[in-house]
Design a binder for this molecule. Sequence first.
Ligand SMILES: [Ca+2]
Ligand SMILES: [Ca+2]
Ligand SMILES: [Ca+2]
Length: 451
Amino acid sequence: MKTSDSVMLIAFCCLCIFIYTGCKKDLPPEKSVIITESDGNTTTSEDGATDNYTLKLATQPAANVTIYLAVDNQITVTPAQITFSDSTWDIPQTITVSAIDDEIPEGAHQGIITHSAKSMDADYDNIIVSPVVVNIEENEFSLIISGSRTGHFAVVDPVTGQDIAECAPAVNYVGETCLGYMGRKAVLISPVVPAGNPVIFTCDPFTGENPVQLLSDNEFYVLNIDGSPVEPRIVFSAKDPLESKHHVYTINEDGSSLTRLTQDEELIECPGRVLTKLMGADRPAWSPDGNRIAFVAFLSETETNYAHNAIVVMQATGENKEVVYDMPDVAEAHYDDICWSKDGEFILFGVSEDGIDKVKTLHVSTRKTTEIQQHMIVGSLGKESHWTDPLQQKILFNLHSPGGSDLYTIDYKTSGSSFTITSSPKKLTDGKAVGHSYQEADWQEWDGEMK
Ligand SMILES: [Ca+2]
Ligand SMILES: [Ca+2]
Ligand SMILES: [Ca+2]
């Protein structure tokens, strides 16, 4: 072997050893993007609380690497893209995450951030980067209260349809129920003694505890109640035992400031009729801004004594009573379930006209009506009672069913004087699973506090 050949052989062997050991010792670390969530998770709130996480590269890239962030409709991120160079690849860059404060009550929900990588370094270009799941705390809540069976009421989460509580307050009988201001109290009608006049009680909505009687025994015979959307005040219809007719009153949830809003035989202007007087009032309902109250008026024409029922709207002070719906020539028109659309432009009501049950919407300023009862049928079952969502354009109703009724919702939209149902009925509750029947209900905004 020539010396030069020996040198070549040694050099070749060294090269092989060098390549082998080089491969063994310096296997390139995995090319990846390292995500670190502060405190191990990313949690934001529609109330404005933000959170953050950092990104960095696992290895030095051969060229700039840009990470683009994409979000769904629940969150925003800042910045929306970041770039790592061959000198900054291992310096963590921070992404700040905020929740979008929408007006949709969704309960606790999630958003997702996806990442895509672009680089002239083929090892980093289009590399797979993990998404970040963002927990979002809700800041809009509402509650449904529903009489479930004698002596009980259920408080239902409108997002999940699940019972939050089923309560049996220590009263003689749970009649009509509603929720007080921001869902802080349940309000119900019950007689003080078993056969006595029904009066108003408040209690804790989640336990039924601490029942407080608002009107003294036999002071009133209460028919209907509704909780104000803007203050701790209740509107109700009741008969003063010294009179024979029902009238509309308001009272604070603590029992103070009892105010009478309708007077016996007060004159009310009724379009197309001669002079009419008020002979009674019930089924009052607050408008969403708390400024107006709609109610059913029993009217009598002063000259002929011809009696008919109508729907009247007044200021929450009792002033400016105005007949908004009246069919004086329809014999025996009876109205129930008076409630307002979320925008306060429409009143919804049940009406029995000539023995036919209908649900109508009334555009208060133009008096245009739309019949919607045909949308509240599931199978062969028709709706029993209905109410409206304070936060969204939804109607809640229960179906009359021999096996026990459940709550359903349908969606609507409004445009000018037109009112349109935009969905088919969606079942909200599962009465069979929880063993009760959901009856007449009320839907109120809630502060989210479970005190
Ligand atoms: Ca965090
Ligand atoms: Ca919100
Ligand atoms: Ca929301």
